[in-house]
Design a protein around this ligand. Structure first.
Ligand SMILES: Nc1ncnc2c1ncn2[C@@H]1O[C@H](COP(=O)(O)OP(=O)(O)OP(=O)(O)O)[C@@H](O)[C@H]1O
Ligand SMILES: [Mg+2]
Length: 284
């Protein structure tokens, strides 16, 4: 099983949109996919038609499976079917914040060994390892305990990046902080062995000169760690998010055929590259 964490603490870098389309692409190509919404804002759940404040009750998010007290339950009990064939979902809602609040307390009370916070997400995922080929985790835009748990569980990380200068600056910060944190976790006995880490350029307008310069800069810095394909900026993608219908489901006529085709082509190019990376890992 591959566990792909989509992360970056820069808000709005298209983590959720990228997670959604990766999950759908993989499901359409025959993979059994579990999508995990680790963001208390729960945008991914909403895109799958679950209103976090109405449809998701207490103890029905991943928090239920990673909490420290006696109400912890198996992750299989919080997995929901989605209308999209081949994708199951662990939905999110505000309750996930509890994990950020309770972890410091649990650590003070000496939660060592298998109780260490960073092993909880991976432990929950390990319980359903036989049921899925790929797990896609949509991380919140913070480097909190949830994100660290997701990165510890992950076998691959995608860092989404909107090619604007402020975003690049904040991404560098994210990488530095991630490296620091992971070093601490490894010292505490955690693992960090990604099969691959890739930067994914998102919301990209290829005709915008400053953006093109920033993408060139990223490729200069990170070389082949930046995916060749970029997700193009497209009102079709933005609208699909709003109407809670992805491009795979929208009827072409509703967004204009050329725009639809261009948007879908760029997303498919990104996701097929990711599928290729997953396939290479499985070959080994
Ligand atoms: N390729 C794209 N073209 C146009 N708009 C896009 C594209 N990808 C994402 N968006 C829009 O950008 C906004 C942010 O996207 P998204 O919610 O996926 O980012 P995020 O990184 O998950 O944000 P947050 O940090 O709040 O979780 C949304 O309104 C989304 O519809
Ligand atoms: Mg998001």
């Amino acid at each position: 099983m591959q566990v792909v964490a989509v992360a970056n603490f820069k808000g709005g870098s298209a983590k959720t949109t990228s997670s959604l389309y990766l999950a759908q692409y993989l499901a359409l190509h025959g993979y059994r996919v579990l999508a995990i919404d680790l963001d208390p804002q729960a945008s991914l759940s909403a895109m799958f038609g679950y209103q976090p404040e109405f449809d998701i009750g207490e103890n029905e998010t991943l928090y239920g499976a990673i909490r420290y007290d006696g109400d912890r339950r198996p992750v299989s009990e919080v997995i929901k079917k989605t209308y999209f064939d081949g994708i199951d979902l662990v939905p999110g809602n505000l309750e996930l914040m509890e994990f950020e609040h309770e972890t410091p307390r649990a650590m003070l009370q000496g939660g060592r060994g298998r109780d260490m916070f960073f092993r909880r997400v991976s432990g929950a995922i390990a319980d359903v390892e036989a049921d899925y080929d790929v797990v896609v985790i949509d991380c919140p835009p913070q480097l909190g305990f949830l994100t660290v748990g997701a990165l510890n569980a992950a076998t691959a990380m995608l860092v989404t990046i909107h090619p604007q200068m402020v975003d690049v600056a904040s991404m560098s910060q994210f990488l530095l902080m991630t490296a620091d944190l992971m070093a601490v976790i490894e010292e505490a006995g955690g693992t960090l062995d990604f099969d691959f880490v890739r930067y994914v350029v998102t919301r990209h307008d290829p005709n915008d000169v400053p953006e093109a310069q920033i993408v060139a800069l990223l490729r200069g810095l990170f070389a082949s760690d930046v995916l060749d394909a970029t997700a193009w900026k497209s009102t079709a993608i933005a609208n699909a998010g709003l109407t809670k219908q992805s491009l795979f489901e929208l009827d072409r006529g509703s967004v204009g055929r050329a725009a639809y085709d261009r948007a879908l082509e760029s997303l498919n190019a990104v996701n097929s590259e990711i599928e290729g990376l997953i396939g290479k890992v499985w070959e080994r």
